[in-house]
Ligand binder design. Structure first.
Ligand code: SAH
Length: 368
């Protein structure tokens, strides 16, 4: 093959869209074809995720000529940082611009010796949850494998790098509606030859897309599952989350029950809407049915209009009511108050659709 003269229409293979093993195989074949030893493939694979290189040229443990040949045949794309904001509490928010001008958000949340990265799986979102800023902007497209895992890679390429210890799929989009890309991206995040993040430190958050929950459950790794419940009965849930028509509560609870690991319920506290004592009683019943852990999330006021956050007192009482029914519950701490670090907010601001939000009186703002 004389690929060095390949027509410009021949697309270069993006090595970051492949799992580390698939990339290694590709590279072995390639190096064999040009008479190079196979250990060269291992050298390159190491520069994909473990000690990422900003470009082929930056792989300085390879001879210059080889780096040039690699660049002719393969792609090693970057995600462009269009905006970066830092909160006074250390939370950082990134807006990445994609090759087709779509924009996605990633939020880095430091907490003690952990750093949780909240990543996006789609540009926009089709689900239209009533309180969510991403839902309000509509769905653009699924992210590719590289665009998902690349959000973490870019953190390692910063100077100084941000060392990610935990991942939550709680940025823009519904990860289980993009399983085709999320599945290999999970492998990259977790694999020792990829980003090496323990499966128990990676959480997939979903509205309850049943086929996706089954697919996730079939993976042997202990990835964590969080389900956005937000309402403890079908009537209210349909109002807040249109997806409930397709995947009603009873089916979602059943899926959580058969999921072989403990699930977390996410429950955003909407003042006067879903925070009554009767809701706590119903929610406790659901949680007990599948032994779920409940995370109460203070509403981020920068989401879609028309809701007010429950008061801190009400949230505390709601948690107490759940505990009285033997449910394990935590109230999620709010981060990134001053940088509007909730699902979809940075992008919405940049598009100028809404003015930046002020933190509410008690700083109860959720990060994603
Ligand atoms: N589509 C997935 C993951 C993205 S959203 C899901 O829905 O689970 C991640 C979490 O942030 C979800 O629980 C979502 O309901 C919540 N969320 C969205 N807007 C919010 C807001 N304004 N305040 C608090 N949490 C919000």
């Amino acid at each position: 093959m004389t690929d060095t003269n390949a027509a410009p229409t021949t697309p270069k293979r993006n090595l970051l869209d492949l799992t580390p093993e698939a990339a290694r195989e590709r590279l072995r074949e390639f190096f064999a074809g040009i008479g190079e030893p196979s250990y060269r493939a291992n050298q390159v694979v190491r520069h994909l995720w473990q000690t990422p290189a900003a470009s082929f040229d930056a792989m300085t443990d390879l001879p210059k000529r080889l780096r040039e040949v690699l660049a002719e045949h393969f792609d090693l794309p970057r995600l462009e940082i269009a905006a970066r904001q830092t909160s006074t509490d250390g939370t950082e928010k990134f807006l990445f611009r994609l090759h087709d001008n779509e924009a996605i958000e990633t939020v880095a949340i430091p907490e003690g010796d952990r750093l949780t990265l909240c990543i996006s799986s789609q540009a926009g979102c089709a689900l239209q949850c009533a309180f969510c800023a991403t839902g309000a902007m509509g769905f653009s497209r699924n992210l590719t494998v590289f665009e998902i895992a690349g959000q973490v890679r870019e953190m390692r390429l910063l100077d100084p790098p941000i060392k990610v210890t935990n991942i939550v799929f709680m940025g823009m989009g519904e990860p289980l509606m993009n399983w085709k890309a999320v599945d290999p991206a999970l492998t990259i995040l977790n694999d020792a030859n990829g980003l090496g993040i323990g499966a128990r430190h990676i959480t997939i958050s979903t509205v309850g897309v049943l086929p996706g929950i089954v697919a996730l459950g079939e993976r042997p790794e202990q990835f964590r599952l969080a389900i956005s419940i937000h309402a403890p009965n079908d009537g209210l849930r349909r109002e807040l989350m249109p997806i409930n028509t397709k995947y009603p509560l009873a089916d979602v609870i059943e899926a959580a029950k058969v999921f072989d690991r403990r699930v977390t319920f996410e429950y955003v506290m909407l003042g006067g809407v879903n925070d009554g004592e009767e809701h706590a009683i119903q929610l406790a019943r659901l949680a007990n049915e599948c032994r779920a852990f409940v995370n109460l999330i203070p509403l981020h006021p920068g989401g879609a209009q028309g809701f007010t956050p429950s008061t801190p007192d009400r949230i505390r009482d709601f948690a107490r009511e759940l505990r009285a029914d033997d449910v394990e519950v935590a109230v999620r701490k709010s981060r990134g108050v001053d940088i509007a670090a909730a699902c979809g907010q940075l992008r919405v601001e940049r598009l100028g659709r809404r003015p930046p939000r002020r933190p509410n009186h008690d700083g109860d703002v959720q990060v994603a």
